[in-house]
Design a binder for this molecule. Structure first.
Ligand SMILES: [Zn+2]
Length: 475
């Protein structure tokens, strides 16, 4: 018997919104099962209905899980076999992942109500956070700006790669190559993440989105030390905000993807699909072997260069050049990676033992007004790694110490008001705690919490929030 067909968005509701037929997904399929809040809704042909959004979300999330899932050794989500999906949590220009659930909000403006869950890009970006958490759980709590920004880049690449799992989307992208001179690396509905959501957000808050999308994988940004950057900036500039800084890495990977596809003179749909699968394998394998250090961009990029060579020797120069062009890898560092690949240099670049992994450590906390030390998960020391990003004059950048990286990160959390005082709220007259958090939308923007474990005070991550914190939505 033929599978029941449903109507879904091919890409974004505004890209322009192309509706296609797809097989009705099995929400409870394992592995990587989802739990949608009951009741299960009937299907609908009308795109502006809860029923349509329900099944559009189910299809996008199933597509994403089937794409990433085979590479995830754990074989399940971080918390277990099922991940809850909350489709329309409440008003807000936001979506997030909190290890229990993927949470999607709806933005309300005078012109329209924009549902994050209507966008396959938003769905597959959040799915990317959950998948990366299942691939390498230690990234969740480790305090370094580059690690957090990489989580966002992984989410945006998930949106791009998952959209290309739809045959008609691949056909559309390949047809447009003839118009764009044959390169994938042009601003397009593929490179523009969350067009409808971003465009609507831009009208309310032009610093938090681009005029035609939330973020664009085609961008001019090159690596620089994130610590001295401003906390926030207009989207035409870089800031240390993880979404802003993530664009550097996403841009490099999208360039690399264009290079991979350009190896085929007249690429077919099957070849484009193979490029997405190779990119997925390279990303996942690199994450599994990269040291978890403050200079994570250089570290994971160096691993990607090496994994790409194993996948296809022709990929090596493509990845190396994309990362060097973006200053994510210095010329000297790239040269050392080539020597390692040629067997000319023995290296400690593999992740060996505890020294490559984050450690629980005390952080001086009086600057945050705390009366006791703060225990945090500090990144490992990058001293033994050969991976270095480039300074503006092209030299190798000396890696930041784990303590300095963690301090810079925690400074920003407190400056941005992203810390829930949780277990010590009474001591500091903050009037909030973890129990209230789920009921109080005023705390939904926090990403970290102070939590007592025994006699120690710990700072832990509670969620990734993927919308701007200060843009409110009135229902
Ligand atoms: Zn995100």
């Amino acid at each position: 018997m033929a599978a029941q067909q449903i109507l879904i968005w091919e890409d974004d509701p505004a890209s322009p919104g192309v509706l296609i037929m797809a097989a009705k997904p099995n929400i409870g399929q394992i592995p990587f099962k989802y739990t949608f809040p009951p009741p299960a809704l009937a299907t609908s042909q009308h795109s502006n209905t809860p029923q349509f959004r329900y099944w559009n979300a189910a299809a996008a999330l199933r597509r994403g899980a089937d794409f990433w899932g085979p590479n995830v050794v754990r074989g399940q989500w971080f918390r277990g076999p099922a991940l809850t999906v909350r489709l329309e949590v409440g008003p807000g220009w936001n979506a997030g992942y909190d290890r229990q659930a993927l949470n999607f909000y709806y933005g309300v403006s005078s012109a329209a109500t924009i549902y994050a869950v209507a966008s396959p890009d938003m769905l597959c970006h959040e799915l990317g956070h959950a998948m990366l958490d299942a691939i390498e759980e230690l990234l969740w709590n480790t305090l370094a700006l580059e690690i957090e920004a990489f989580h966002e880049s992984f989410g945006d690449m998930s949106a791009i790669l998952c959209s290309l799992q739809i045959p008609s989307m691949r056909d559309s992208v390949l047809a447009s190559l003839a118009v764009t001179g044959g390169s994938l690396y042009v601003s397009s509905r593929l490179s523009r993440i969350a067009q409808q959501f971003g465009t609507a957000l831009y009208l309310i808050s032009p610093n938090d989105a681009e005029p035609d999308c939330l973020r664009n994988a085609v961008n001019p940004f090159c690596y620089c030390d994130p610590t001295p950057l401003p906390l926030s900036a207009h989207t035409t500039q870089l800031s240390s905000d993880r979404h802003s800084f993530s664009r550097i890495f996403t841009g490099a990977l999208f360039e690399a993807m264009a290079g991979m596809l350009a190896l085929y003179p007249a690429p077919t749909s099957a070849q484009l699909l193979k490029v997405t699968e190779d990119m997925r394998d390279i990303m996942v394998d690199a994450v599994k072997s990269a040291r978890i250090v403050p200079s994570y961009y250089a570290e994971v990029a160096a691993e990607m260069v090496q994994k790409s060579a194993l996948k296809n020797p022709a990929y090596l120069a493509i990845f190396r050049d994309a990362f060097v062009r973006r200053c994510i890898l210095s010329l000297e560092s790239a040269s050392r990676i080539m020597s390692v690949l040629n067997g000319a240099v023995d290296t400690n670049s593999e992740r060996v033992g505890d020294e490559a992994l984050p450690k629980l450590a005390r952080l001086e906390s009086s600057r945050y007004g705390l009366k006791e030390p703060l225990f945090v998960q500090m990144p490992a020391d990058a001293a033994k790694s050969i991976a270095r990003s480039a300074t503006p004059d092209g030299r190798s950048m000396e890696p930041t110490s784990p303590e300095a990286a963690a301090t810079a990160f925690v400074d920003q959390l407190f400056m941005k008001g992203l810390v829930n005082y949780g277990d010590v709220s009474d001591n500091y007259n903050k009037g909030d705690n973890g129990d209230k958090e789920s009921k109080d939308p005023g705390l939904a923007h926090t990403t970290h919490r102070l939590q007592r474990e025994g006699k120690e005070l710990h700072l832990i991550r509670i969620r990734f929030n993927c919308g701007p914190r200060h843009v409110c939505s009135k229902s």
